[in-house]
Design a protein around this ligand. Structure first.
Ligand SMILES: Cc1ncc(COP(=O)(O)O)c(C=O)c1O
Length: 441
């Protein structure tokens, strides 16, 4: 008989954790075992206030009954249907509902299972679209320094976070990057900063360098989240749109964190009044409950593929779990929850309070900048000399001990509470951070 190599259930060794300091974690694990509303419950029975909506994804808060019931019902009814050459009604219904809340130029939805896959999908559609229209030389992709577009090869190629790129050998060729939008003169700005619209003109320089006829698409996060919340200067996205249009370049908004109400509108595109050609989304699409991502496109992009004999596949791309029935059920229930509770409007209402609460930390020890928009916030810390990221990581650990979940990236505390957050909970998040920073080396 083969030896049973199964470690005991509570052994922490086998699971190689993502984007985690594994050795540190396994010495002092932080485990969540339950969640409801604004709170997590830890394995030692403590309540932890969620200042990050999980990972920017549980926009409606935790354990929402409608979503829980929809998943349970769907698992018992139709667990899986082949995603290729077969359909099931809920994927179509979810696509329709998404179009219902999307910017007016979005007419079609391609489903994926994560933000990373949505990005790969959008980049591939962009290149294939130009080719389908007879502009096959347009293969170059433009991203932005400090951008985050997930962790697959396309995403890290257009992304601009060095740690996510440098270990992984050759990335996509034919990629260029715009400068990031972070300018020192914008420090302490509330909302969109005043300076920096001209940074979009760098796209003109890239066009002049390579020729517009080589460029397929430009992808940016309307608000760069994972790098530590960098906001678009006033006029910047508008100018990017204008340059893309002038040169026939598709503009992709990666709305994996800004989608689903984070800025007070369904998508940032509506909040900023700038229409991209494609939107990638994930996370809040299912309230983080079941993995799902999506790419929204215009009819112009979709229709260019609907050519040739009808029995042929038009786009050689897709995933086993594209539009998975349980994910679709979760997505529909999530959108219903957002609507019933008017959560996008709620975000817009509470955002001014959030802004003032966050900026009240100006003058707190170690704080060198504070930025915010919608229910997003960032508190940038002076790095500990010789040990970048350590101070922020210590703040994260201390806040967790005090019952508040924050997130850090580099030396920046990034905050994104669920859209159901109440004013006293905002106060608690901010007070806890203040106390923690004041006591920290
Ligand atoms: C803007 C953006 N794009 C893509 C991703 C990747 O999403 P996922 O982790 O679901 O692959 C993220 C994740 O944080 C993101 O913020």
């Amino acid at each position: 008989m083969a030896l049973d190599r199964t470690p005991p259930p509570n052994d922490l060794n086998a699971f190689w954790m993502p984007f985690t300091a594994n050795r540190q974690f396994k010495k002092a694990p932080r485990m969540f075992v339950a969640a409801e509303g604004m709170y997590y419950t830890t394995s030692d029975g403590r309540q932890v206030l969620d200042g990050t909506a999980g990972l920017w994804c549980c926009n409606a808060g935790h354990k929402r009954p409608r979503i829980v019931e929809a998943i349970q019902r769907q698992a018992a009814e139709l667990d899986y249907a082949p995603a290729f050459q077969m359909g099931h009604p809920l994927a179509f219904e979810l696509a329709n509902r998404l179009i219902g809340i999307a910017p007016e130029n979005m007419d079609h939805v391609f489903f994926a299972n994560s933000g990373s896959e949505s990005v790969e999908t959008a980049l591939k559609i962009a290149i294939a679209w130009h080719r389908a229209r007879g502009e096959g030389s347009r293969t170059r992709l433009i991203g932005r320094e400090r951008g985050y577009h997930g962790v697959n090869f396309g995403g890290i190629s257009v992304g601009g976070i060095v740690n996510n790129r440098r270990m992984f050998g050759s990335l996509l060729t034919g990629v260029d990057h715009l400068p990031n939008t972070h300018l020192p003169e914008n420090a302490w700005t509330k909302g969109q900063p005043a300076h920096g619209a001209h940074l979009a003109d760098e796209l003109e320089r890239i066009v002049a360098l390579h020729g517009a006829e080589t460029i397929a698409a430009c992808i940016v996060e309307p608000v760069a989240g994972s790098t530590g919340v960098l906001l678009p200067p006033k006029g910047y996205l508008e100018r990017l749109r204008e340059i893309c249009t002038r040169h026939g370049i598709l503009l992709i908004f990666d709305e994996v964190i800004t989608g689903f109400g984070r800025l007070g509108s369904p998508f940032a595109a509506q909040h900023m009044d700038v229409l991209p050609d494609m939107i990638t989304c994930a996370k809040g699409l299912t309230n983080g409950v079941i993995p799902m991502g999506a790419v929204l496109t215009t009819a112009e992009i979709h229709d260019a593929f609907m050519q040739g004999p009808e029995h042929l596949i038009e786009l050689f791309h897709g995933y086993t779990y594209s539009g998975n029935p349980i994910a679709s059920a979760a997505g529909i229930a999530t959108l219903e929850t957002y609507r019933e509770d008017a959560l996008f409007e709620r975000c817009a209402e509470i955002a001014p309070y959030w802004q003032e609460a966050l900026h009240s930390l100006k003058g707190t020890r170690h704080v060198i900048d504070i930025r915010n928009m919608g229910l997003i916030g960032a508190i940038e810390l002076e790095p500990l000399a010789g040990a970048p990221t350590k101070r922020a990581f210590s703040a994260f650990l201390e806040a967790y001990e005090k019952g508040v979940l924050i997130r850090t990236t580099g030396d920046i505390i990034a905050l994104s509470p669920p859209l159901i957050v109440e004013k006293p909970q905002i106060d608690r998040i901010v007070e806890t951070i203040g106390t923690v920073l004041t006591a920290l080396d």
